[in-house]
Design a protein around this ligand. Structure first.
Ligand code: HEM
Ligand SMILES: [Cu+2]
Length: 558
């Protein structure tokens, strides 16, 4: 019946025959769901490697005079740790991973707009990751994940490899951004107007232009660094007329928007999990949707808040401070809306929900220290100290990574047809939550007391809290180990979930788990927002999705 609702010959109507054979299905797949899972698995593999590097850092810092690895090696370890966590874990898992897996289903599409491009984007990613880690073989970068010149001009060959690897990740991100923008603009099912899109789709929609636009600035900076290192063209070397501060501008023009690439999709995940397990419509749908766009836009105007100590003219510092404060407003609006969603809800404390609630608390702490840092006088005091390390881990681990875990517990059934084990899940959550806070809270006062970041030894007066942090970090690592055990065990032995184990209302839950190759037998028509739990579902044309009937051959199929 509902075939008529699909514009004849429109892209939404195509059903391609499912490819046969392992390689076409699972290796060089064109299916957005498989590509999403490929991203997620690859990012978790890199997370294990980057996590091991983190534990090398924490083990080194057990003692004030270090001694676990040589100081040069220590520099390499934290540089690759940070680079890998940002570019090989958080960005890919949230965009290529959950983005691919979930949002095309949520807008009622059969795939993304450019499936071949999608496959290419994915396959660049593991190659770039191996390149980054291979830099250890030739002397890894030593100037941190920001690789400021002149130090990054002096390092061994691995820094050039780093630049090439991150450049490739950037190419992959840019292509993913283009793909997602076009998909969301062009391939929504009939009736899926912008203000009916699930909030996860809004999160991806706000992120995709950042992937497209900001990443090009990074690519230019990386190319320049590579060219200077390999061919001696002096972009950044001050002794030859270059400007090291120019690198900082180019780097942060990308990397401040990049912090939103790493958080907006996680905001989207949380905005799905909270209403589902509060059994209440999300509070302030439009506020959440539009504040993501506002954050994305304003994110391009604050980059120099990372450069208050770089000699920037004071009259230029002030606007950067003010606009950074202003970004706190849409961010606060979201926190308010999530809290109001919980208010008087019928809360189901599933593991996904625990991670989502944990996200709201921990991200808020990280956001507040961000506002501290936006204030120039405070920033001058703590820039380059452990306070910054505290801030970034509250937003990136307490925020982004907790969002990833919430998304894993929530959508694992959609990927695999099975639930993750809830007992192991809760153990994972609580140990992680305790270990995380123990690791990163003391960094705030250590930083204010003057402990610098990125050094292999420290003043002995800081020994107690550093040991406290290191032991807490082992607990956190153990919690993540439980998560991996849970995933591996549940893939085979988890409880079968059925199509909609959570009673959730967005489109992906109205079709089988895992969904069919072509996602929807008939493209549904959408009549309203997905979040109103007291109303019937706002969809038509889904009647046959859970039956055995074969998909119709839509007009225009080939
Ligand atoms: C209200 C929100 C936020 C504000 C006002 C804010 C503000 C700031 C400021 C002013 C700095 C520079 C500190 C310095 O180096 O002296 C900073 C650093 C940083 N922030 Fe935020 N931030 C916010 C949210 C976030 C979020 C959501 C993320 C990522 C998910 C993030 C990631 C980072 C990172 C990675 C750095 C440090 C980079 C480095 O030096 O290694 N921030 N933040
Ligand atoms: Cu920033």
């Amino acid at each position: 019946m509902a075939v008529a609702a699909v514009p004849a010959g429109g892209i939404a109507g195509h059903i391609h025959p499912e490819p046969q054979g392992f390689v076409r299905r699972y290796v060089f797949s064109l299916d957005h769901k498989i590509i999403g899972i490929q991203y997620i698995i690859t990012a978790f593999v890199f997370m294990v490697l980057a996590g091991l590097l983190a534990e090398v850092i924490r083990t080194q810092l057990l003692n004030a005079n270090g001694g676990f690895v040589a100081p040069d090696t220590y520099n390499e370890v934290y540089s690759v740790h940070g680079s890998a966590m940002v570019w090989l874990v958080i960005i890919p898992v949230l965009t290529g991973g959950f983005g691919n897996l979930v949002f095309p289903l949520q807008i009622g599409a059969r795939d993304v707009a450019f499936p071949w491009l999608n496959m290419l984007s994915f396959w660049i990613f593991p190659v770039a990751g191996l390149m980054l880690f291979s830099s250890f073989l030739m002397g890894a970068p030593t100037a941190g994940w920001m690789e400021y010149p002149p130090v990054s001009l002096q390092g061994a060959a691995g820094t050039s490899m780093w630049a090439a690897a991150i450049f490739l990740v950037g190419v992959s991100s840019t292509m993913t951004g283009i793909n997602f923008v076009v998909t969301i603009l062009k391939m929504r099912a009939p009736g899926m107007t912008f203000t009916r899109m699930p909030l996860f789709v809004w999160g991806q929609f706000a992120t995709a232009p950042l992937l497209m636009i900001a990443t090009t600035a990074l690519a230019a900076a990386l190319a320049a660094l590579f060219i200077e290192r390999q061919f001696g063209v002096p972009f950044f070397d001050p002794t030859k007329g270059g400007s090291p501060v120019m690198w900082q501008h180019m780097f942060w023009f990308y990397s401040h928007p990049a912090v939103y690439i790493m958080i907006l999709p996680a905001f989207g995940i949380i905005s799905e999990v909270l209403p589902t397990f509060s059994r209440k419509p999300i509070f302030g749908y439009k506020l959440i949707a539009f504040s993501s766009m506002a954050i994305a836009l304003a994110g391009f105007m604050v980059w120099a808040h990372h450069m208050f100590t770089s000699g920037l003219a004071p009259f230029l510092q002030i606007p950067f401070m003010i606009i950074t404060f202003v970004i706190g407003v849409p961010t606060g609006i979201k926190i308010f809306s999530w809290t109001a969603t919980l208010w008087r809800g019928k809360i189901h404390y599933t593991t996904a929900m625990l991670f989502a609630i944990g996200f709201v608390g921990l991200f808020t702490l990280g956001g507040i220290t961000g506002i501290f840092l936006a204030a120039i006088p405070f920033d001058l005091h703590v820039h380059g100290t452990y306070f910054i390390v505290g801030h970034i881990h509250y937003v990136l681990v307490g925020g982004s990574l907790m969002g990833v875990f919430a998304g894993m517990y929530y959508w694992f059934p959609k990927m695999s047809g099975r639930l993750l084990n809830e007992t192991l899940g809760k153990l994972h959550f609580w140990l992680f939550f305790i270990g995380f806070n123990g690791t990163f809270i003391p960094m705030h006062w250590l930083g204010m007391l003057g402990m610098p970041r990125e050094v292999a030894t420290y003043d002995p007066q800081f020994t107690f809290w550093n040991r406290f942090e290191s032991f807490s970090s082992y607990l956190m690592t153990f919690a993540i180990l439980i998560f991996f055990v849970n995933v591996l065990w549940s893939i085979r032995n988890g409880k079968r979930s059925g199509p909609n184990p959570w009673g959730a209302r967005t489109l992906e839950w109205q079709i089988p788990s895992p969904p069919n190759y072509y996602n929807f037998k008939h493209i549904p028509t959408i009549y309203g927002l997905p979040y109103d739990f007291s109303q019937p579902l706002p969809y038509k044309g889904l009647e046959e999705e859970l039956t055995d009937s074969p998909p119709p051959v839509a007009a225009g199929a080939h």
